[in-house]
Ligand binder design. Structure first.
Ligand code: UDP
Length: 440
């Protein structure tokens, strides 16, 4: 190992939507000659299906403070347990890592949202810090602008909207509705006890706020701060997923191989969204109505949902967890019914797939605005008077989407633009180099 290379310690909050993109980021850094150590909670480490022994990334673990019987569904419980357990253990871990390779000590800690405490530990040890933001830059901008939103009377000091209204952070950012502010789904105590202090840490100790995005995808979002740096869309050729919490059902790739090109509807709502049982039934019947092949991810563990008796699913394949990036880039896939998590959004964009947007909470509404209103590569679904997206609505919108040649053409174009952002001379790639140089 040559001397003087940067050594990154990545510390993600252990949810799939944060672990996946920072893992890809770490692989990109390792491919560029950096040394990377990746911290998993012991629970996550046991859970990940491919432990990647022998990978160029070194994995280390710390306990999250919860017992094996606790489960990890309650994200807030995990968060508070991590914050009361890990900070006292991290200095010793860093000491051990450094002792094992004296010439390449850790030079920079990269954390995802909720793990700002680790930058405080790093700061005390003289280690630089950066935030990796697993959502859009626009979503980051909405958090950054919290003091302004309070000052303008759009939200109160608890983060609640003073009234339901649309607002724009700047003229070139998508309009947002106060009802869809990303922190609302996480409750009052999250806003005051976690988000606001986390932002303060970010200002104080995060010298860069890295986003898996690009100037082309979000031209208006990066002007809010010079520290906000687009380094994406992050991609690795033939990437094997090193961080899946569920076993990927790879039989769906063989199944896709046997489908007609551009025929399959891919349906997935990410790792956290839970569908109401009635809505689940309606979706099943909607997929039957469309009468086209579909690949539907139904995560195991939700005992409340049941397929309706009339559901045939004759043309479909249902899996518990899919190798999503491989699925999206498969030539058989025609469109993506998605909850619009930022990772799914970026993965769909990089595969040139049109979207049918079905956001549930948090930043997913903002991502839907990008897809439908800014990039115009998808359509939204409307709820009926009972708050249900009906089977008829699903059928109608899928047919409308698949018949819209303009959306298809824009999706292909956007894919080209997104991918070109990572070419050597492009901004995201240069930003990455700038970041690595800074971390040395
Ligand atoms: N994912 C996957 N297989 C699936 C469903 C999702 O590998 O069957 C991955 C997907 O590729 C993405 C992540 O899980 O990287 C979900 O992140 P996203 O931000 O889209 O949504 P979240 O789970 O955070 O709501």
């Amino acid at each position: 190992m040559q001397m003087g290379i940067p050594h990154f310690l990545a510390i993600p909050f252990p949810v799939q939507g944060q672990v996946n993109p920072i893992m890809t980021f770490c692989q990109v850094l390792a491919n560029r000659g950096c040394k990377v150590t990746f911290l998993r909670t012991e629970f996550s480490h046991k859970r990940v299906k491919d432990k990647q022994e022998g990978s160029q990334i070194k994995f280390v673990t710390l306990p999250d403070g919860l017992g094996p019987e606790d489960g990890r569904v309650d994200v807030m419980k995990v968060l508070y347990s991590i914050k009361s357990t890990m900070p006292s253990l991290l200095p010793k871990l860093i000491e051990d890592i450094n002792a094992s390779d004296d010439e390449n000590k850790i030079t920079c800690i990269i954390v995802t949202m909720n793990m700002g405490w680790a930058l405080e530990v790093g700061h005390r040890l003289g280690i630089k810090g950066a935030f990796f933001f697993a959502a859009s830059a626009a979503s980051m901008a909405s958090c950054y602008c919290i003091p302004r939103l309070i000052e303008d009377g759009i939200i109160d000091t608890d983060g609640h909207p003073t009234k339901k209204q649309e607002f724009q952070l700047s003229a070139d950012l998508p309009k947002m509705n106060t009802a869809d502010l990303p922190w609302l789904s996480l409750g009052k105590s999250f806003f005051t006890d976690q988000l606001v202090p986390e932002l303060e840490t970010m200002m104080k100790l995060g010298e860069w706020w890295l986003c898996n995005s690009s100037y082309d995808l979000e031209p208006g979002a990066f002007s809010i701060s010079e520290r906000l740096l687009p380094i994406g869309p992050l991609m690795i050729e033939n990437e094997s997923n090193q961080s899946s919490f569920w076993e990927e059902d790879t039989t769906c790739i063989d199944w896709l191989d046997h489908q007609t090109p551009q025929s399959v509807i891919y349906v997935s709502f990410g790792s956290l969204a839970v569908m109401d049982p009635n809505q689940f039934k309606e979706l099943a019947l909607g997929l039957d109505l469309i009468n086209k092949p579909f690949l539907w991810v139904v995560r195991p563990g939700n005992d409340n949902i049941a397929y309706p008796d009339e559901f045939q699913g004759a043309k479909g394949k249902i899996v518990g967890w899919a190798p999503q990036k491989k699925v999206l880039s498969h030539p058989a896939v025609s469109c993506f019914i998605s909850h619009c998590g930022w990772n799914s959004t970026i993965e769909g964009v990089c595969s040139g797939v049109p979207f049918l947007c079905w956001p549930f909470f948090s930043d997913q509404f903002l991502d839907k605005s990008y897809v439908c209103d800014v990039w115009k590569v998808g359509l939204g679904l409307e709820k009926d008077e009972h708050g249900l997206i009906t089977k008829e609505e699903i059928r109608k919108k899928v047919e409308q989407l698949l018949g819209d040649e303009n959306i298809k053409a824009r999706s292909s174009k956007l894919k080209e633009i997104a991918i070109s952002n990572m070419e050597e001379v492009a901004c995201s790639s240069k930003n990455l180099e700038k970041f690595i140089k800074w971390a040395k």
